[in-house]
Design a binder for this molecule. Sequence first.
Ligand code: BGC
Length: 545
Amino acid sequence: MAGGPSGTAEGVSNASLAWAVIMSAFAAFGGILFGYDTGTIGGIIAMQDWLNVFGDFDPTGVLGKETKGMYLKVPDKSLVVSILSAGTFFGALLAFPMGDKVGRKWGIVVSCVIFSLGVGMQLDTKWAPFVVGRVIAGLGVGLISCLVPMYQSECSPKNIRGLIVGLYQLAITIGALLAAIVLNATKDEQSHSAWRTPIAVQFAWAAILGGGMMLLPESPRYLLHKNRVPAAQRALARLTNRPVDSPEVAAECAEITLALEAERALGSGSYADCFKNTALRNGLRTWTGIMLQGWQQLTGINFIFYYGTTFFSSAGIKNPFTITIITDVVNTVMTIVGIQLIDRVGRRRLLLIGAVGMMICEYIVAIVGVTVGTVDASGAADNVAAQKVLIAFVCFYIAFFATSWGPVAWVVTGEIFPLNIRAKGMSLSVASNWLWNFGIGYATPYLVDTSTKGQPNGVATAALHVKVFFIWGSTCLGCLIFTYFFVPETKGLSLEQIDLLYQESSIINSEKYRKQMIAGNVTHAHHGKVETTHTDSADADSEKV
Ligand code: BGC
């Protein structure tokens, strides 16, 4: 269980470690819900029955060859795929009023209810409720995507916090995999249950997350923030498996209270503070979080996960559902590998390696696609070897993402902010993730699909098809340049050391400075956890339960 960014799990009692594991297992359902929800739409819009209900008929026989002439118009496709991300964007921004007013725990429960409402609306056979249902479900996913890591980081022992963040990304990938499996199981049904079943399965994720959260204690930090001391003591007692009146609980409460006092003394922690470039370099950190999450989307990963099914079929590849499952398995398995590399290879280095690896793979897919990946008149690939190379390199590309930009983007976002602006900084960064997610989801059909200009209701597109991978290759070059200039190496450093690193080192020199901090007298190692003489009580206490 060891291996979070702060080091090993040593120093944490078995009882509290067990609780931490249980909590993260429950909270990880937020990731499953996120991954499943974003993973279903691509398959659903390719289903015959769904197209019969929501699609259009093309009498010319040009479109919808595989689906009896039924097809989804480009604007409708863009809308139905990307509207969820519009909801999630606002959900992420709402996460902090929700987390502060309703609380972390109950905020997640309420988000599950909102999400379930949206899921219920998507069972309708009319376009408007279906689309509105996706927006409402999106609000729930956006809220959960912020509140779950927030709750986890406030309740888990510091030494396994990094691993828990990694588990959250792992859960996202498992959610997507489950979506592919369920879609594959129902896709051939010739009734509404083909698409209603995969949608309705989401009630189960919401019930498990919401129900599980009800059984867990509220975040003691939140309770102390609200001056609810006895409730905070009870929550801490449950989290650490100790009596309420034990000296340990009293000491933890005192430390968290001190941390809050120090935090309040640091400033108002307003949104304006997040963008000020004082000695703390908050502006740099906030923009780094916002851009990091944006670049994660610009790797093009969701092109595969949102449009994979339809893209692979238009590239003439047989059995696109099976290919989607393969890509999801690669994503999940390689994420398991990736979360173990973060503390060994380092964040900055993994992001750099991942960007180069993805860039090479995407250029190869583009070059193979435009040169030898031809399709015959029926739309089937007539070059089997090229088709295999294409799929293989898409899989290598996913493997690079899963071992780098997938988990590391979330880990870095969770650790670069000083305590007093961490919540807001994370909210803005996660909202940026969803904004780019939306933009890319919306623009993709216009970039990739065959143009229908000149036909009734026709739409002009760039019709890039496989050439779109030249764009993704180039954006990965952007990821590389961004990481080089903006992402410091933070491996093995405590949060207060990261704070110090931002104040005293340039980003490019961070690796050298980091080593000096660990090797030098300023710090002393304790199983990967390093303490500095500069320990600020606010940040130090934030590390506790
Ligand atoms: C990204 C999602 C993506 C997923 C794929 C996440 O970290 O934010 O947009 O679909 O990884 O595993």
